[in-house]
Design a protein. Structure first.
Length: 449
């Protein structure tokens, strides 16, 4: 199956980031990082549930690495590298890191002295959360994973329940700053809400709040299939799987959709209940307002999503008054001949109020062109962390990005054959808050013999 192939490829890719001693690094270099190793441990544990090929030795080595980095008081302080810059925002940066590592170890089945000492530290420093719901949610997950009836863990959940916000019959928690993964805005809210829901589900308390939180997560799903950022998507799925995965469909379900009075029905059998059904409704739509109704006969926990897509001419796009991220991609010419070299000049500028830690540039490769990789390799470690090239785009990974940072570089394209085409989409965006983005206006390239 395709899903199994994705898991297999992802697993093999993750293994390339392991360092001697069992830890992991963002780029597969030394030193290995505590934060990232805890993240990797969760990934391997979740993966092993559906992909038994995962080596138990990888999990044991990660546990050993984390235990070896723990301080005598039960805390983890050696954040290291990339995300250490973001930890400084918290009142006590040690608390969220310790809670996250302890939670990861407990999710992996660890019950030894390392987690016992960590739980003691967390209990003694709950006041250090500074009112951050995200930090309290991490602490709750560690405490409840250790003991679903833990008095302090349940007290944290009661506090969080009293602070929930309501919107359209859903419940959520608004994150004040950025998460450990740099998520903010909607993605940060989804992360926090999913963490709270997951802890409540594990404790088996606050059922109405759980239902409202899961509804918020479902309604926040994007048309692309995720929840904005990678970590928001992971945590959303963890909460949904735990909250909705226990209901088994036992009989066929008849689903009917009604678009502007035109109806069509289909049946979902129990053996197809976990298969995504995709329907293109463009033949039923009309200009202006469209009314869509969906109904089902039978008992099921099936979820649905309605996604609308449209195209807008560039002439109708109004540029924002202020761009947090700005990118420009200019070519040294637009008319050339087969086998000619085309120079692409990139200018990127970050105008945010605070630093961010990962910006992605997706630079579309025009049809009929190939990329000369030499120029891109030259700038690794100087202008950006790394890059990758596929047939359709170049992806540039920019590390720490401070306000006012400007980046300029060029690369070469080779015209393979005669063509007249528009350049594909090129964008720059914050990896952990993808709503912050900028897109380059396309240009027409003409290649002759």
């Amino acid at each position: 199956m395709k899903a199994e192939e994705f898991v297999s490829v992802g697993y093999q890719k993750l293994l390339t980031f392991e360092r001697p001693g069992g830890g992991f690094d963002w780029w597969g270099r030394e030193p290995a990082l505590v934060f990232l190793t805890a993240y990797g441990l969760q990934q391997f544990v979740d993966m092993k549930k559906v992909y038994p090929t995962v080596d138990e030795g990888v999990i044991k080595r990660a546990r050993g690495f984390l235990a070896g980095k723990q301080d005598a008081d039960g805390a983890w302080r050696k954040v290291g590298g990339t995300h250490g810059m973001r930890m400084s925002q918290f009142k006590n940066p040690v608390l969220p890191l310790t809670a996250y590592v302890a939670w990861s170890l407990l999710e992996s089945g660890e019950t030894g002295d390392a987690v016992k000492k960590a739980i003691t530290y967390i209990k003694n420093h709950l006041d250090d959360a500074g009112g951050e719901f995200y930090v309290m949610a991490l602490a709750a997950n560690a405490l409840i994973a250790y003991d679903p009836e833990d008095t302090d863990g349940l007290a944290v959940l009661r506090m969080l329940d009293s602070k929930k916000q309501s919107e359209d019959s859903t419940f959520f928690w608004k994150n004040k700053g950025k998460t450990m993964y740099h998520s903010s805005g909607k993605a940060g809210d989804v992360e926090t809400t999913a963490l709270v829901a997951y802890a409540m589900l594990k404790a088996g308390v606050f059922a109405p709040t759980i239902n409202g939180a899961l509804s918020y997560i479902i309604k926040s799903k994007r048309g692309s299939g995720g929840w904005g950022s990678t970590q928001a998507t992971i945590l959303a799925l963890k909460a949904l799987v735990r909250g909705l995965g226990g209901v088994e469909q036992k009989e066929p379900i008849e689903v009917t959709y009604d678009i502007n009075g035109k109806k069509k029905s289909f049946t979902i059998t129990p053996d197809q209940a976990d298969v995504m059904q995709l329907f293109d409704l463009k033949d039923f739509t009309r200009t202006g307002k469209n009314t869509v109704k969906l109904s089902a006969k039978g008992k099921s926990n099936l979820m649905y999503q309605i996604v609308g897509r449209h195209y807008q001419p560039w002439s109708g796009v109004k540029p924002p008054t202020r761009k947090i991220i700005d990118i420009d991609l200019a070519y040294d010419r637009t008319n050339l001949k087969k086998h000619d070299l085309l120079t692409a000049n990139v200018r990127f500028c970050y105008n945010g109020a605070a630093e961010t830690n990962m910006v992605i540039l997706d630079l579309g490769v025009p049809p009929g062109f190939t990329v000369s990789p030499g120029d891109l390799a030259e700038f690794v470690g100087k202008k950006y962390e790394r890059y990758s090239v596929s047939a359709r785009k170049i992806t540039i990974y920019i590390g720490r990005t401070v306000p006012g940072k400007e980046l300029k570089f060029s690369y070469t394209l080779i015209a393979k054959y005669p063509i007249k085409a528009k350049t594909p989409k090129s964008t720059a965006y914050e990896y952990y808050n993808p709503d912050v983005r900028s897109t380059v206006k396309p240009v027409e390239l003409i290649v002759t013999e």
